[in-house]
Write a protein that binds this ligand. Structure first.
Ligand code: B12
Length: 447
């Protein structure tokens, strides 16, 4: 298949914000290296009509679509569009939801021909090269008789440096929005409110196996690129595309602290005047690393704190404690970096008392920002999902419905969840900051 169109479905942004489709850019980088004519359309930025137009203008032989859980129906809409235009188009889906729910998707939606399970670069290449599906590991597909076949899994890429860089030139990076959180305007000479924020990724996976998170299913263990390889890509974006503002899309960017320090030193050594934001676990930072991050241009770190109740942390298998969360926030602020705490409201076992513990923690540590988007979502593939299915709170058919997601309301109804969120925000950070955090947006998700 010589013409491949990769699509990020329309209307799949989060609170109005979207990043460039990094997974598709990676796949495109690999396909281009092997001489395949590949295009990308980011429906999030360009809208549904642009996807239709791209299909008509390019007439792809294969359409590859990202499918995340809340956006799964939009992904199906794209599949239908492709088939309606030409029923011979080979439609492939990948991404978290497709990976986990591949059997259900293939069984219910004839417009999907094949699903790539997990990491997509090599598998998608083999499909595009026209290799017989029964010889391609890491896919599920329907055979000639309509039977669903799931091939053996593909081995994960051990050495991420072998992957070609994302095909950055295929999208207009300057169409992506600048983003700052209201506190800071200029970092390292970079205007955060003007420069588009572009995501890159240093590592894949996470060292944790939290009960609410599906990361393990996509990436399994934690792997990273070499600092040099990462900074080569940043330098390319800096020099060729004029990008100054970055966001590391890693789940936990600093699991290997020594490598993270090398990464910062390489950015400093090459004199790249950039500003960046990253996400990590609170047990994966220390004072020295934070100092290097600051010098390299890091202006904000988001920590998945979730709750300040040791009992809840234990229940969600966080494998981390509140002392480490407290230390990380204090040290981050001391290093001159903004610390944002991601919290989950309404976890399994949450009570007035545990909410009180979280409020006390926030009052004590005073993070610069709090994120409680989405409450506790029950995502497929998680231990939480299995538990909720066992007690009949959700079943696989839910994913066939149009509901984008399901909130865990087994123990607390929406009214109580909103009340918990309000209390944390009000008592924890005060009314002024509350306004900045646009509480309305946050609470809208809890419904
Ligand atoms: C940046 C990001 C976003 C961005 C952009 C999403 C995007 N389309 O890339 C925005 C802000 C829009 C976003 C929104 C949301 N996100 Co998000 N997001 C991420 C994040 C942090 C990075 C994504 C990334 O760039 N990864 C790096 C690239 C290389 O990996 P990748 O995109 O997964 O792609 C690889 C494979 O999945 C596969 N693949 C992906 N697409 C395709 C397509 C084809 C055709 C093929 C063959 C293969 C393939 O191949 C790629 C290369 O190996 C991930 C966590 C993570 N670290 O991955 C969460 C993650 C993807 N998001 C997640 C969630 C839950 C959300 C939200 C629900 C959050 C919310 N509360 O609103 C929304 C849902 C959006 C929607 N409506 O569907 C979950 C997905 C879980 C799930 N079951 O779907 C993840 C895994 C985080 C987590 N740990 O749970 N997100």
């Amino acid at each position: 298949m010589q013409r491949v169109l990769l699509v990020n479905p329309h209307e799949t942004e989060q609170l109005g914000f979207s990043n460039p489709p990094l997974g598709l850019l990676y796949i495109a980088g690999t396909l281009l290296k092997h001489g395949i004519d590949v295009r990308i359309v980011d429906g999030c930025r360009e809208g549904r009509d642009s996807i239709r137009k791209a299909i008509e203008a390019f007439h792809p032989e294969m359409v590859g679509i990202t499918c995340l859980t809340p956006g799964r129906k939009k992904a199906l809409d794209v599949a239908l569009m492709a088939k309606e235009f030409d029923s011979k188009t080979y439609v492939v889906m990948g991404g978290a939801h497709a990976t986990i729910m591949h059997k259900q998707l293939l069984a219910n939606y004839p417009s999907i021909d094949c699903i790539v399970i997990g990491e997509g670069e090599q598998t998608c290449l083999e499909l595009a090269q026209g290799i017989n599906p029964n010889e391609i590991s890491g896919i599920a597909y329907r055979d000639g008789s309509g039977k669903i076949i799931t091939n053996p899994p593909r081995k994960y890429v051990e050495d991420l440096d072998v992957l070609p860089f994302p095909a950055w030139h295929l999208i207009d990076l300057h169409k992506y929005p600048a983003r700052n959180d209201g506190h800071l305007k200029v970092v390292n000479g970079v205007r955060l409110d003007r420069e588009p924020r572009i995501s890159v990724i240093f590592s894949r996976g996470c060292k944790g196996r939290c009960t609410f998170c599906s990361t393990w299913w996509i990436w399994r263990g934690w792997r990273r690129r070499s600092p040099k390889n990462m900074v080569d890509e940043i330098e390319l974006l800096y020099e060729k595309h004029g990008i100054r503002h970055f966001c590391f899309a890693d789940d936990a960017m600093t699991v290997d602290k020594k490598a993270a320090i090398e990464l910062c030193d390489e950015i400093i050594h090459r004199n790249l005047k950039i500003a960046f934001h990253c996400t990590t676990r609170s047990d994966c930072v220390d004072e020295h690393l934070l100092g290097r991050l600051k010098s390299a241009g890091c202006y904000c770190i988001t920590y998945g704190i979730e709750t300040a109740s040791p009992m809840l942390l234990d229940k969600m298998n966080k494998e981390n404690d509140i002392e480490s969360a407290t230390r990380a926030i204090e040290q981050t602020k001391k290093a001159g970096i903004l610390a944002t705490a991601l919290l989950i409201v309404g976890s399994v076992g949450e009570t007035d008392e545990t909410v009180g513990e979280t409020i006390a923690f926030i009052k004590n540590t005073r993070p610069n920002g709090i994120g409680i988007a989405g409450s506790l979502w029950i995502l497929p593939g998680t231990k939480l999902y299995q538990d909720c299915r066992r007690v009949g709170f959700i079943d696989d058919d839910f994913w066939l419905s149009d509901e984008p997601y399901k909130v865990y309301t087994l123990e607390h109804d929406f009214k109580r969840l909103r009340n918990y969120a309000r209390r944390i925000m009000w008592h924890g950070i005060g009314p002024r900051k509350l306004a900045i955090q646009k509480l309305k947006n946050i609470l809208n998700l809890i419904s």
